[in-house]
Design a protein around this ligand. Structure first.
Ligand code: NAD
Ligand code: DAU
Length: 335
């Protein structure tokens, strides 16, 4: 079975490729990745002899046509993924997330191939802090940032291609991931690498915002289950029930695990339009496909965070060169 993984040199796609090579050797994996600032070929070094790597852009219709013709399934991770960047310069988000997804859809339509589209909880907008509800597969779309609006647009395109052209596709919407190989612009690795560099962690605004954290391996196991057993045309919510920890508490957990005082962090400028709370109801995935996350509740999160801290401590060359550049960019935004 041939699997084409877009964005496989990024954080989640890279972990997906590692997971697939280790646990699902029946798949022949090809990665297509443009190696933007967020893509790193070195992420795939341990498995490079077992996969095919193509450097290229998902907006390149000719290339995508050729690659899709030669595969059975496309798993589409490639995206511009960082909200803060989308507030500075939205165009790459429109181009990759919307035009890129359109390009893939046209290729899978032409060659009658299966697509799994990776999406986010952010398409639903946010919940109030005191709202006990969670997002589910029927929650209306209400995205807040240019990033989440382009991801919402890409989901709508996939659904339209399923309904209008009978394309064989599934979608998953997942909450905030953490784990190894995540770019240090993102919240958790930024704070871990701050502490490792003797820089105080940076908390946006009050830090009351809640994200429903999930370990990247739990996400990728869910994606494999959907590939195995998902029903065509369906959407699956992926979330590990960690929606009770706010950003301030995550920083405090990290500081405790890294042996620093609980209040050793700075408050910095808030993100404009900052979503307050995400919470995911993944009952459909659990009951229909039998998914169960491994890293759940506070203990699971401690275990997952400790493993992530260990990975960044042991892989300094992977992030150290970028650290100054990332922090300079944030400092210009007062963050
Ligand atoms: P990432 O930014 O770490 O990686 C994105 C990868 O896509 C990079 O390797 C980059 O080089 C590649 N890419 C970007 N533009 C491309 C283009 N035009 N052509 C080919 N490759 C291109 O992102 P991530 O955090 O791994 O996210 C992967 C997917 O998962 C995205 O679709 C994102 O929306 C979704 N998602 C992310 C999270 C999260 O918490 N990180 C949660 C839910 C869903
Ligand atoms: O919810 C899923 C989404 O999670 C994915 O679709 C996105 O691709 C992914 O980047 C992530 O988006 P967020 O904006 O939630 O993640 P980020 O890591 O940027 O920030 C997490 C929270 O932490 C958010 O409330 C902002 C806050 N934050 C972030 C940074 C970088 C800080 O307080 N300080 C920081 O330094």
């Amino acid at each position: 079975m041939k699997l084409l993984v877009t964005g496989g040199a990024g954080f989640i796609g890279g972990n997906f490729v590692h997971y697939t090579v280790k646990h699902r050797p029946e798949y022949e994996v090809t990665v297509i990745d443009a190696l933007t600032y967020a893509g790193n070929k070195a992420n795939l070094a341990p498995v490079m002899d077992k996969i095919k790597f193509v450097e290229g852009n998902i907006c390149d219709a000719e290339l995508m046509d050729k690659l899709v013709a030669d595969t059975d399934i496309v798993v589409h991770f490639a995206a511009e993924s960082h909200n803060d960047n989308s507030l500075q310069n939205p165009w790459p988000f429109v181009e990759t997330n919307i035009v890129g997804t359109y390009t893939i859809l046209e290729a899978v339509r032409k060659h009658d191939k299966r697509l799994h589209h990776i999406s986010t909880d952010e398409v639903f907008g946010d919940l109030e802090l005191d709202d006990p509800n969670r997002f589910n597969e029927s929650t209306p779309y209400n995205p807040s940032s240019p990033y989440s609006a382009t991801k919402a647009g890409s989901d709508h395109l996939v659904r339209a291609w399923v309904r209008s052209f009978g394309v064989q596709a599934t979608i998953s919407n997942c909450s905030n991931n953490y784990g190894p190989y995540q770019h240090i612009e993102k919240f958790i690795p930024r704070q871990i690498t701050n502490v490792l560099s003797e820089i105080k962690p940076k908390l946006y605004g009050t830090g009351e915002q809640v994200r429903d954290w999930i370990h990247v391996d739990d996400h990728n196991e869910a994606v494999h289950l959907i590939l195995d057993k998902g029903k065509m045309g369906e959407t699956y919510i992926i979330g590990a029930d960690n929606d009770h920890v706010n950003n301030k508490q995550v920083i405090e957990m990290l500081l405790e695990l890294m042996g620093k005082p609980k209040d050793w962090y700075d408050h910095v400028n808030d993100r404009p339009g900052h979503d307050m709370r995400y919470a995911m109801d993944s009952s459909k995935l659990r009951t229909e496909l039998g998914w169960k996350p491994r890293y759940t509740d506070n203990n699971g999160m401690h275990e997952g965070l400790q493993a992530t801290i260990d990975w960044y401590s042991q892989n300094r060359p992977w992030w150290q060169q970028q650290k100054a550049e990332v922090e300079t960019k944030y400092a210009k935004q007062g963050q």
